[in-house]
Each structure stands twice: as structure tokens, then as C-alpha cells.
Design a protein around this ligand. Structure first.
Ligand SMILES: [Zn+2]
Length: 54
């Protein structure tokens, strides 16, 4: 079973990351950010989504 870990705070969950987590794909592979860190960083993440997410 895979383990998903937040790239910001290091929180880990077993299995697939919750839907509330954010995922983005960068040069080093998939990056996951948990719901708490997503809320903390929502502005910077949204700015990135415009460029990378779609
Ligand atoms: Zn986190």
C-alpha cells in the first residue's frame, strides 16, 4: 500500500491522499499538500495552478 505524505508539513496517510489534499506535478514528480497546508498556502497554490495544473 502506498503512503501519501504532505510535502509541506510531512503528515502521512496510508493509501491514496484524501480529496481535500492538493496535488501538483513538477520536475521531481508528484507533490502532495495536505488540506491544512493547502489552506495556509492557498494563494500561492492558486497562483501556481494557473500555470501548472491545467
Ligand atoms: Zn501539510
Amino acid at each position: 500500500m502506498d503512503t501519501a505524505s504532505c510535502s509541506v508539513c510531512g503528515t502521512t496517510v496510508e493509501g491514496d491522499p484524501p480529496l481535500t489534499w492538493s496535488a501538483s506535478t513538477g520536475p521531481r514528480g508528484r507533490t502532495l499538500v495536505c488540506d491544512r497546508c493547502t489552506r495556509d498556502n492557498v494563494r500561492s497554490i492558486e497562483a501556481k495552478l494557473d500555470e501548472e495544473w491545467w
